[in-house]
Design a protein around this ligand. Structure first.
Ligand SMILES: [Zn+2]
Length: 389
């Protein structure tokens, strides 16, 4: 049965009764369409008038409003299709209509060569264009280009990466640079240079993953503060994103590997007001203009004075809920004025310069932002989870 004959019968008459049958029937149609086009392209035309006539004839065979093959398919296959087959037929018909755009006359005119132009001059050498040599058998040998291709899944950015970039964006717009440092760090940079005394509990084997007595997996991104000060001197405005490691058992809010972003601003006359202003601006940029920030005193060995920043809980709007432990506030980062000893260790004169710094956990921001209740989900590489982002 020719395609013309087939498109003049209903699906019931063609004994097509399931989606698979519909698919293969349409595949046959697409193949016939492509062969028709390829034959025309292979044959070429000897005059422009002939070319136009040939293209129009092919176009009309398929696309003419009355009696074109697509109109027939609409009339005999789609309209009377059984209810359960209709979605499949509709889908296939739409795809076919899209593919048929190649049969419009302007597209065909572009593809069909004029034979008298088949001899072209390239750098003075006359070349016979191969158009005229394409034969029916070489067309048959072509792969069927109308078959659907392999669909390769497109990846997306990990929620932590997205969160990190969003935070970076705020500070990049403020003129800060991005600095990175090694994850395998010396005890000196990780602790000593940051004014963390030998007796500090964070130095304990139970909190820090040591490689040997002098090297460890960095427990925070702060060592890069010292490295950057030594490298660039003052003034300095940077943020430091990266992975950190602690001797933590994995649970819903802890992971032995986590992501931090550290910020550091060093210049003349930097005060706590700069710290407050910048971090309040940052919180509003990230969580919305209505966010309020709260600064509370705290203690870190590398800043003096030190503080903790909280924002009003976005879930309960400050009314109190389980997430904010009924307080109405969620702590989002630690901060403080850089300790003079730390400046000195970075080679910056604390009599001339002052600075402020902050540190935040990117993973927890991602949990807040995307409403995730378990940090472990971020690191299990489960595609079903990750493809939601
Ligand atoms: Zn709350």
């Amino acid at each position: 049965m020719t395609i013309e004959e087939k498109t003049g019968k209903t699906l019931a008459e063609l004994a097509v009764s399931d989606a698979q049958g519909v698919e293969s029937l349409f595949a046959e149609v697409r193949a016939a369409m492509e062969v028709g086009r390829q034959n025309l392209v292979a044959r070429g035309a000897s005059t422009e008038k002939e070319r136009e006539q040939m293209c129009k004839a092919l176009r009309d065979r398929w696309l003419a409003r009355k009696n074109g093959l697509l109109a027939q398919i609409d009339e005999y296959w789609l309209k009377p299709a059984a209810r359960e087959l209709k979605p499949a037929v509709g889908r296939q018909f739409n795809a076919l209509r899209q593919a048929a755009a190649w049969l419009e006359v302007p597209a065909l005119l572009d593809d069909v060569p004029l034979k008298r132009d088949a001899t072209v001059e390239v750098k003075g050498v006359s070349l016979e264009a191969s158009v005229g040599q394409v034969t029916a058998s070489s067309i048959r040998d072509l792969h069927d280009l109308t078959l659907p291709g392999y669909r390769r899944p497109v990846g997306s950015l990990h929620p932590v990466t997205r969160m990190q970039r969003e935070i970076e964006e705020v500070f990049l717009n403020l003129g800060y640079g991005i600095e990175e440092g090694p994850e395998i760090e010396s005890v000196y940079y990780n602790f000593d240079a940051l004014n963390i005394p030998e007796t500090h509990p964070s130095r304990d084997d139970w909190d820090t993953l040591y490689i040997d007595s002098k090297t460890l997996l960095r427990t925070h991104t702060s060592p890069v503060q010292i490295r950057a000060m030594k490298k660039y001197g003052a003034p300095l405005y940077i943020i430091i994103p990266g992975k950190c490691y602690r001797h933590d058992n994995p649970d819903s809010s802890h992971s032995p590997m986590f992501h931090q972003i550290e910020g550091l601003a060093i210049d003349k006359d930097i005060t706590f007001a700069d710290l407050k202003g910048t971090l309040d601006f940052f919180a509003k940029k990230l969580f919305g203009e209505k966010i309020r920030t709260r600064f509370q005193p705290s203690f870190f060995p590398f800043t003096e004075p030190s503080g903790e920043v909280a924002i009003n809980c976005t879930l309960c709007d400050g009314q109190g809920c389980p997430v904010c432990k009924e307080s109405g506030w969620v702590e989002v980062m630690g901060c403080g004025m850089v300790h003079p000893e730390v400046l000195r260790n970075g080679g910056v004169d604390p009599a001339k310069y002052s600075g402020w710094a902050f540190g935040l956990g990117v993973d927890r921001y991602a949990l807040m932002k995307y409403g995730i209740n378990d940090i472990q989900l971020l690191f299990q590489s489960d595609v079903r989870f990750l493809e939601q982002f």
